[in-house]
Design a protein around this ligand. Structure first.
Ligand code: SPD
Length: 277
């Protein structure tokens, strides 16, 4: 018998992956969690019915949410990740030799534990000595830590359920305070095909707070709409002004110095979404 996992993107669109084996399902204190081994994309983490990461395409998202801000900052030493309990962002941050401290603020301990158990190729950095895992409310953590981080990465789920508070102006203002004087925030800001109106609102919020605001894109096949946006807010460094020839060589599958430049070139309809803000 064929078994399929189906994610409802909206009332008109579903996305399905053929299941090889369901490895775990549980109800955590915050959400429904599943680890599913799929025929095409390998093992996946699913939260509240929504695919968060798959073994075979996670590299696009995690490389882009990490290397673009970290190579924009001149000397990133301390990085805070809000969300990101699967450890994919940490795996990429560890490729940056300047980084001395990585704090992961993840609300759901079970995401960390399941990722360690079932997704070791994504989560292996979670046990690194540079990593401090703070299980709790990322919003509160940000509010309580001022002027402490070079880069803050908001590696959240979609703007529903536990992540709603991570898509608000109050949160982005707190992140501004949490960053050092030349700090950078990057947030995953969803697909323009599905969440255009939200992206427009988020862009307005970023522009109210950060002097330099730059959206950038990549393609993630297992996310709704596939075309994905990130939004960078920077106090000092312009990601498009850096000399990409100075970017040190690291082991990646998606990110390159050329991608660093080209990811800021937006299709017209996405540019409009951001510029109408
Ligand atoms: N529609 C799913 C968007 C999920 C974005 N966050 C994924 C977390 C991976 N570390």
């Amino acid at each position: 018998m064929e078994l399929w996992f189906t994610e409802h993107h909206n009332e008109y669109i579903n996305y399905s992956l053929k299941i090889k084996k369901t490895l775990n399902t549980e109800k955590t204190d915050y959400q429904e969690l599943a680890i599913i081994d799929t025929e095409y994309y390998g093992k996946t983490l699913v939260l509240d019915g929504i695919l968060q990461t798959t073994e075979n395409d996670e590299f696009v998202y995690h490389e882009m949410i990490v290397h673009v801000p970290l190579f924009t900052h001149k000397n990133p030493k301390s990085v805070l990740i809000v969300g990101g309990g699967d450890g994919g962002a940490i795996k990429e941050i560890l490729k940056h030799k300047t980084v001395e401290r990585i704090v992961l603020a993840e609300i759901d301990e079970r995401v960390v534990e399941n990722s360690k158990k079932y997704l070791p190729s994504i989560s292996y950095g979670l046990d690194d000595e540079k990593v401090e895992i703070m299980i709790g409310d990322g919003i509160k953590y940000v509010e309580e830590h001022k002027n402490e981080f070079d880069v803050v990465i908001v590696d959240s789920t979609d703007p529903i359920g536990p992540a709603v508070g991570l898509f608000t102006i109050d949160f982005y203002k707190s992140v501004y305070e949490c960053l050092k004087e030349d700090g950078i925030i990057v947030a995953q800001t969803e697909s323009p095909f599905i969440y255009g109106k939200l992206i427009n609102k988020l862009s307005k919020m970023f522009k109210e707070i950060y002097p330099i605001v730059k959206p950038y894109i990549c393609t993630i096949p297992t996310y709704p709409g596939s075309l994905w946006t990130f939004t960078m807010g920077s106090k000092k460094y312009d990601p498009e002004a850096i000399d990409v020839n100075m970017i040190p060589k690291i082991n990646t599958k998606y990110y390159t110095p050329e991608i660093h430049k080209s990811c800021f070139v937006l299709p017209k309809f996405i540019k409009d979404i951001f510029e109408e803000a």
